[in-house]
Design a protein around this ligand. Sequence first.
Ligand code: GLU
Length: 515
Amino acid sequence: MSVRVRFAPSPTGLLHVGALRTVVFDDLFARKHGGQNILRIEDTDRTRYNPDSESEFVETLAWAGIEFDEGPHVGGPHAPYRQSERKEAGIYTPWVEQLLATGHAYRAFETPDELTEMREYQQINKLPTGYFGGKWRDATPEEVETAAAEGKPSVIRLRIPRDKTLVMDDVIRGRIEWDSNTIDDPVLIKADGMPTYHFAAMVDDHLMEITHVLRGEEWISSAPKHVALFDAFGWKPPIFVHCPVIVGADGKKLSKRHGATRVLDYAAQGFMPGPLKNFIALIGWSPGDDREVMAEDELVQAFALEGLQPSPGRFDFEKLKWINGHVIRSMSPEELLAAIQTLSQLAHAKIYHFAEVPEDEGGAAEQTKRMARWASLERLLEYAESDRAYVLQCIELERERVTTLVDFGEACEFFLVEEPVADPKAVEKWMSQEHVPGLLMTLRDRLGGQEELTVQECEAAVRAYAAANGFEKLGPVVHPTRVALTGKTVGPGLFELMAVLGPQRLYKRFSRWIG
Ligand code: GLU
């Protein structure tokens, strides 16, 4: 039987990195086995429904390059793929009727007040909370009929069997057992006729012939209810794979405190989908050796459920930065420029929302910084329209030094402005030295009038000055030259950047300091 997995998010908000990891695992597993990956939108909880959420999912998954074989946007043999539409199509009705007819489900007519009272009683008396019976689990058919005839609202609950062991063979955790007496009777159909997640998800997993359910371990506590549902129907359950929780550097569950958790925020910071997926796949999974940077095909080849670990996976931001930088260095300047262009197009399409940076992420000050970084990147793209070859050379030099695509804006800025802003500390340290005007004049006169410059010519000129003026060490020659040209004391190799700047820019930039 071919592998069929599903990613089944509830459209309640943004797409977070934890969910991305699940769908990356789904994707790798399906591709490895030539199976299908299905997108199913679990939107039956209308109180938590967020109308913008589905488009956030679609945009994020498109950005990440995750493609589905079936889903609301691609169709497929099990359409519709939104549970609210499946409900409208009557897909769940025969199944709940079957459970009612076989006694595996029953109607319960408690009012919300009665349920609250029950919960309070359980809490005060330190009893397990939940619906373990109440009046309706054991009501007679006549009592049920009378209540229904009176028009009392009701829900339909699953009758969890008593005195049984519920068992799940989880791929990562092995056999998990629950005493059925500790599991309360979950609602399957709400008073408004909507199926709950428990019911709709399991019925759909069966109908859609899902072979493996990969999901976060926070669903383990719901798993006995799912086992009981499959038992009630007499269906063979899919294979469950509860993936370990993701924690931050401090070992606590990943949350906003650790930085961005929304996937598109990583896009907006200039992380690329390939490295992000590579990084995310290695949280809680290992290829069995110490490989860290892996191309997509390599990940597909290596992916196996056996490599999943039960212990929490750590979200190591430094590692993400390292992988992203590593991949940047493996790309050509043309590819990098294209990637920056795509990023900017997505920003213009308002895929990223910079409107406000929450206080816990740095607030207004951080927002100003981010906007400035983006403005630099936009200037780079504008410049590329008039002098693409020059911008490609700048990218090539800075490629060695950046971590993210967004970094290219500020990193290349000094190449692109008329007069780079000089760092006052650098000026104080290097530019007041007596030899500096003479040095810059010599270099200007030797290099500034040429047609073109090579790296070797630039190096020769600097060395010749040093030799002629008795500088044994190059520092006092190299640093003022760099500050004059870039405004900074750090950057790409001096001779390389001189050659890229070219004779005319050298001439102008040296002249500023000669007075
Ligand atoms: N709809 C659930 C969610 O929002 C999916 C849980 C599952 O995969 O079974 O995460």
